[in-house]
Design a protein around this ligand. Sequence first.
Ligand code: ZN
Length: 227
Amino acid sequence: MRIEGNRLVGEGVKHLKTPNTSGKIKQIKFGIVHDDEGASMAGTESWIMNPSSKVSYHVLIGKKGEVTQFVDFDKRAWHAGVSSWKGLNNINDYGIGLSMQNRNKEPYTEAQIAKAIEVAKVINDHYKLEEWTGHKNISPNRKSDPHNGFPWERFREGLKDSSESKVLYVTADTLNVRSGAGTVHDVVTRVNKGDKLHQLSPIKDGWVEVLVCESNVKGFVSATYVK
Ligand SMILES: [Zn+2]
């Protein structure tokens, strides 16, 4: 996936042109994450295409990892409303709106999280954003999205340039990735021989923190079984 002419380009990216946009963003500084509170991807798409809703996001991410862009990234989408962040008001003038398709604080799907990170990284690399934050932080008295299930730590880790970390490969047939450094910690996922990991920390007491490249899952593995 890449950005050309302020639009996402890549397999599976859908473009719809909403009337709910006005003028240009003054300066692209922030990425704002939302929940759409819609019942379905199609429902939210038609809501955003409806001029009477007066709502739009730049990008909507579906539960299966669908990606729909409604507004070019250099144009103002109508997602933030009354808002302020870092001494600035009306964050529609400064922010790219990325919404998760999510209603009533249901859990995000793995495909959706992975795609949101992928899209946000492409945006981040292209526009060099200062920061990503949630709608609830820029409109604290009005909004509570995205809900607390949004994996901010993993999201921010995923935005980092992978070349900043060292790549490791799994040498065991299968290897547990755990939530902490030691076998007492829960297994969060398993990886197989030859799988690629990004090293996130120095090796300490035989354990190393890694990000699994394929799934973007973060955890700890025994350093004996990677090189
Ligand atoms: Zn919102």
